[in-house]
Design a protein around this ligand. Structure first.
Ligand code: GLU
Length: 492
């Protein structure tokens, strides 16, 4: 699959705008994106909006925004709703060669056949009734459909396609992930290319676009494996060669069920709100399912280890081996994501984090306020401090509050030692040096002067400065806040 790909590879991510982007979708987009990056190819975003009733522009916009948030940037963009003339052209060519026919079966009739199939525990295959209508029957049915304002659907005539290409009695392809797959075309049944509500069916529009847009590799979820023989048949009927296919594993939730658009845990918005970095999510999505088990020689010995953190997306691209995107084990585990997020935050330069907080988490105003309050160098020190203390962006942003002058501490109902607090106030007010060493001594000394433990002294200080009894180093926090703010908070 991967020979001689440089510079001519074309892949596409083809979401249907019938809902928001979900984790499985991001994973598919990402594999396509890094595959294109690896081979210097082009990554195409195609909006599959042939289903006019369920497709919404707001979902299209939301999907595009989410991809931008992840910095999965596309080189070309297409909307299927704007390409019907192309599908029409290919359909006409099939018509001309007698490879399709109009079908007048009603929805109820099809449903009935499906029920019978279920009852007799057999797969449903269209019975081909309309393939052999006499011209008289056809005329009659056509007229009655017209009167009711209905359209006949259009089906591929598989028997005719096979007659045209007799060697094609088995549909075979080498899937880059699943290996060699073969399907019996006779078990597929004449399927619909254009529906009774006059829109192009997914299988037709999708493979026509893949062909027409010069897609070289179709990388998508393995739930589409069963569509692939149908799509290959369509191309065969047109005398065209199919692209390469790679069907990657789906994501499973903790319950072992496939994650879908309907799962809250699959919703990107949920992870944005919880403050996960886009690059942490991408890191997690490529490593889940052991896709990135790396073999490496360490100290002269071959070792296998799981790559967990990538320096950036191009490193992912470099190490990608699509063959490993196999089915088992791609279980979405938020704890692992959180762990990756924590590691990425800790290792991130403050400047980069500031940029991400501004551009991707709408924290520009809060950052500006922090910068204006403390001046550039302490501001950067605060960011550096917080990113090592917290696991998510949300926790960091929440902690900003304690650095602002208007910070309000709620002490209603909380017990504290008023004498110790006043002693801390007086001792800290009078110290010249507000460095960590000096304040540490003051806290200790104040405790012993007042017959209290050092722990009580710390807790009292922390309570009045941050409103909480625990959190990151209070010595560092008061150093950043400076004496005036600390004194003010202890003076309430
Ligand atoms: N619109 C289809 C989907 O969202 C695309 C499948 C494909 O990649 O062919 O599942």
């Amino acid at each position: 699959m991967e020979e001689n790909l440089a510079n001519h590879l074309r892949v596409r991510f083809a979401p249907s705008p019938t809902g928001n982007l979900h984790m499985g979708g991001v994973r598919t987009a990402l594999f396509n994106y890094i595959f294109a990056l690896k081979y210097k190819g082009r990554f195409i975003l195609r909006i599959d909006d042939t289903d006019r009733a369920r497709s919404k522009k707001e979902y299209e916009d939301a999907i595009a925004d989410d991809l931008r948030w992840f910095e999965i940037n596309w080189d070309e963009f297409y909307r299927q709703s704007e390409r019907t003339f192309i599908y029409e052209k290919y359909l006409n060519s099939l018509k001309k060669n007698g490879l399709v026919y109009e079908c007048f079966c009603t929805e109820e009739e099809i449903l009935k056949s499906k029920e019978i199939a279920v009852r007799s525990k057999k797969p449903y295959i269209y019975n081909g009734r309309c393939a052999n209508l006499s011209s008289g029957e056809k005329e009659k049915l056509s007229l009655s459909f017209k009167e009711k304002g209905l359209y006949p659907s259009v089906r591929l005539n598989i028997a005719q396609v096979l007659r045209m290409a007799p060697s094609f009695n088995s549909i075979e392809f080498n899937d880059a992930v699943h290996g060699h797959l073969s399907f019996n075309p006779k078990l597929i049944g004449d399927f619909i290319l254009k529906t009774e509500d006059n829109r192009f069916a997914y299988n037709f529009a999708s493979i026509i676009d893949d062909y027409d847009l010069g897609i070289t590799h179709v990388i998508r979820g393995e739930d589409h494996i069963s569509n692939t023989p149908k799509q290959i048949l369509i191309l065969k009927a047109l005398g065209k060669e199919p692209p390469a296919f790679a069907h990657i594993s789906l994501l499973y939730g903790k319950d072992g069920k496939i994650m879908s658009k309907r799962d809250a845990a699959a919703n990107i918005q949920y992870y944005k709100e919880k403050g996960y970095l886009p690059e942490a999510i991408l890191n997690y999505l490529v490593v889940t399912g052991n896709t990135f088990t790396i073999h490496e020689y360490r100290n002269g010995k071959k070792e296998i280890f799981e790559k967990e953190i990538f320096s950036d997306i191009s490193e992912m691209a470099e190490l990608l081996d699509i063959k490993k995107a196999k089915g088992s084990g791609a279980i979405f585990n938020e704890d692992k994501l959180r762990h990756i997020n924590e590691r990425l935050l800790a290792g991130m330069p403050a400047g980069k984090l500031i940029k991400i907080l501004t551009e991707k988490f709408q924290a520009g105003d809060a950052l500006k306020k922090l910068q204006e309050t403390y001046g550039e160098s302490i501001y950067v020190e605060i960011i550096d401090f917080l990113k090592n203390e917290f696991k998510t962006v949300k926790e960091i942003l929440k902690e900003f509050d304690i650095f602002f002058d208007g910070f309000n501490i709620e002490l209603d109902g909380i017990k504290y030692d008023a004498g110790l607090k006043t002693a801390l106030l007086n001792n800290l007010r009078n110290t010249e040096d507000f460095g960590e060493k000096s304040t540490k001594n003051i806290i200790k000394e104040t405790a012993s002067e007042n017959g209290k433990t050092v722990k009580e002294s710390y807790e009292t200080l922390r309570l009045f400065v941050t409103g909480r009894l625990d959190g990151p180093s209070i010595l560092k926090i008061i150093k950043f806040l400076g004496r005036d703010r600390v004194v003010k908070r202890l003076s309430v």
